[in-house]
Design a protein around this ligand. Sequence first.
Ligand SMILES: [Ca+2]
Length: 230
Amino acid sequence: MPGSEEIYQNMPSKASKVKIPQEQWQPDHGKHHRNDQHSTSNYLESQGRNHGCTHTNMLLLSLCVLLLCGIIVLGVLYAIQEKTLQQQNNPGSLTGQCFDGWESFNGSCYYFSHDALNWTASRDECRSVGGHLVIIDRKETQIYFTQKINKSENYFWIGLTDSEKEGQWKWVDNTDLKLKFWHKGQPNNSKGFGNHTTGEDCGIVRHVTRSEHNWFDEYCGSLNNRICEV
Ligand SMILES: [Ca+2]
């Protein structure tokens, strides 16, 4: 009698009983099994491709959305910049209203700067915002400026110069000086004051007590504030 171990070795285990039908089934349906495997493989590959395509599509869609957002943001920034430049280049509107920092008087807009430049740089700065150094050709305008600058310790460049021909004062629009508000003894084309020897060829307006005759000639290279007009 074989030993109990031998008996158990020859006896099909529960697992082998389960395995047998599978082994039997595989030859019978091998073709189908291979087809199933093939189909499954195709399906998985297809799913993989679809999955990959979905990822690619999502990535492309995201890039398109980001690109669109970027274009919109750039468009908005461009519009804001254009509006800002338009305002800077046109501080005085046709309605007589002035933009921030500019003051309205008698149909014009005036800017009293807080920074100091030489006369040429001041002239160019006023031009860069669509205006010019102020031209004073009416007494009411001179009175207005006098009231304004009397509140300040600063000197302000005006659009007046005799740099082309000594003693022949002209406004920045090349018109001759007619109405004058020179302070007593001015202009004197002083030389040697400070570090300049070329004389004084540019006009300023500054505080003078109880007088509206407050124009002085000044060395053009001095640093002063400015009054721009639009
Ligand atoms: Ca002069």
